[in-house]
Design a binder for this molecule. Structure first.
Ligand SMILES: Cc1cc2nc3c(=O)[nH]c(=O)nc-3n(C[C@H](O)[C@H](O)[C@H](O)COP(=O)(O)O)c2cc1C
Ligand SMILES: [Fe+2]
Ligand SMILES: [Fe+2]
Length: 413
């Protein structure tokens, strides 16, 4: 990995990570990049850092050498966000150089002490505050609380119009040494758009209101470049990722795309018999269908597809008077991630008492998910031919309602 120049006086240092679960939960099949930025005026600031995972800070330090940047020349470390994926290197960095000043938000200060025992050389800033690096380079700060933690802030270089929003506008996907949107083909940009949805739905989803508040601030700034803490740096078309995030934030409450996500689990194949017929019926109506079998499917994949889906089908049997547990666990997580207002349908098999339906209603109510369900279909044991016909009817009805909701929704750029 090499340091690259973002624009005059601004450089991106980065490390890619893979083969790990992000936040110890989320698989990152295509890796993730962790970006850090050097901003040079007469004084030098480093904005954001990288995690302390094995080999990662060393990758960053090697890039200092490559840039012929003496670590002792760094005057400011701007900590936009204290989550250790960005601040984890601070401890080792401090052992290498102790005199720099840390710039962070007011809520960041106690976290610096809590995580790293750092109590000195901290300057707290709030929205509207600036730091003059000299040479016409002024950094301005804005609190963007809860994107992703309460202390999060964004930094804006007024000279170049570069926004450093840390987790906001980030995406998964390792980038190597070609991290700029202007270096990507349309195909690569489409790939990274999926990685942005995966990142948003897995990491940021629970914070859509704070994202919308942050977007209001960003809309007032003359942003020319978006340089996030993860993923692509947007130089050619910064509006793209800003508008994408506006759409992703709106997907919490829906409507989203002409898509349906099917989440199904089945012990002995009875519920499963209904899956293919309903999927075919929905596809025949022209909606895209994502199918996930639990518990095998990673929750991260399910979230990524449901985030863009206006419709949901849940299929599971009754298990010990409740929902088949892996589907219940996924539904509970969807509630926590604020997957709201979906058009939905549930079907499944039971043996004697049923009970899955009741628990489903409990979970949806508890999380105030406001899913609008078609009438459920339950069958005792195997589904009959007429049960399967009813399922297909429901699939067609769901697909049509999804299309109507999307068609009636206001367009969000
Ligand atoms: C471990 C276990 C627990 C079950 N608990 C219930 C139950 O509480 N109430 C009920 O009506 N059926 C119960 N059943 C029956 C299943 O719901 C029924 O066999 C159903 O057809 C399974 O669907 P599947 O083949 O899609 O897994 C249970 C079955 C198993 C294996
Ligand atoms: Fe974070
Ligand atoms: Fe992060």
């Amino acid at each position: 990995m090499h340091a690259t120049q973002v624009t005059d006086g601004i450089f991106r240092l980065s490390a890619d990570a893979s083969d790990l679960l992000f936040e110890a939960i989320w698989p990152i099949p295509n890796g993730v990049s962790m970006n850090s930025y050097i901003v040079k005026g007469e004084k030098i600031a480093i904005i954001d850092g990288v995690c302390g995972w094995d080999g990662v800070p060393e990758t960053l330090y090697a890039q200092f050498d490559e840039m012929k940047l003496d670590i002792n020349d760094i005057d400011y470390v701007v900590v936009n966000h204290l989550e250790p994926d960005h601040s984890g290197w601070l401890e080792t960095f401090k052992t290498m150089r102790s005199e720099f000043q840390i710039i962070t938000s007011e809520k960041g200060k106690p976290l610096l002490e809590a995580f790293y025992g750092i109590t000195e050389n901290i300057r707290t800033v709030k929205t509207g505050d600036t730091v003059d690096l000299g040479g016409g380079r002024v950094l301005a700060f804005a609190d963007i609380p809860n994107v992703h933690w309460p202390e999060t802030m964004a930094t804006f270089d007024t000279k170049s119009g570069t926004l450093f929003p840390c987790d906001a506008f980030g995406s998964f996907g390792a980038l190597g040494d070609a991290p700029y949107d202007d270096q990507m083909s349309d195909e690569q940009l489409a790939f990274f758009e999926n990685e942005a949805v995966r990142y948003y739905s897995n990491i940021v989803a629970a914070f859509c209101l704070p994202v919308q508040k942050a977007l209001k601030i960003v809309d007032t700034l003359p942003v020319k470049i978006v340089a996030p803490g993860h993923g692509l740096v947007w130089r050619k078309n910064p509006k793209k990722i800003i508008d994408d995030y506006r759409r992703y934030a709106s997907y919490s409450k829906g409507p989203c795309k002409d898509e349906v996500t099917v989440i199904w689990g089945s012990m002995y194949g009875n519920t499963e018999l209904g899956v293919a017929p309903i999927v075919e019926a929905m596809e025949a109506e022209g909606v895209k269908v994502h199918v996930h079998n639990v518990p095998e499917a990673p929750l991260g994949d399910i979230l990524a597809s449901i985030w863009t889906s206006t419709g949901v089908v849940l299929a599971m049997p009754t298990y010990e008077y409740k929902m088949f547990p892996p589907v219940a666990a996924v539904l509970d997580e969807l509630g926590k991630k604020k997957v709201l207002n979906r058009k939905a349908f549930r079907f499944g098999s039971y043996g004697w008492s049923g009970g899955a339906q009741k628990e489903l209603e409990e979970i949806v109510t508890r999380h105030k998910m406001s899913w609008d369900f078609l009438e459920p279909v339950e069958f005792k044991g195997r589904p009959s031919a007429s049960d399967l016909e009813v399922l297909k009817d429901r699939g067609r009805a769901l697909a049509r309602e999804v299309k109507a909701m999307v068609a009636a929704a206001p367009v969000i750029e």
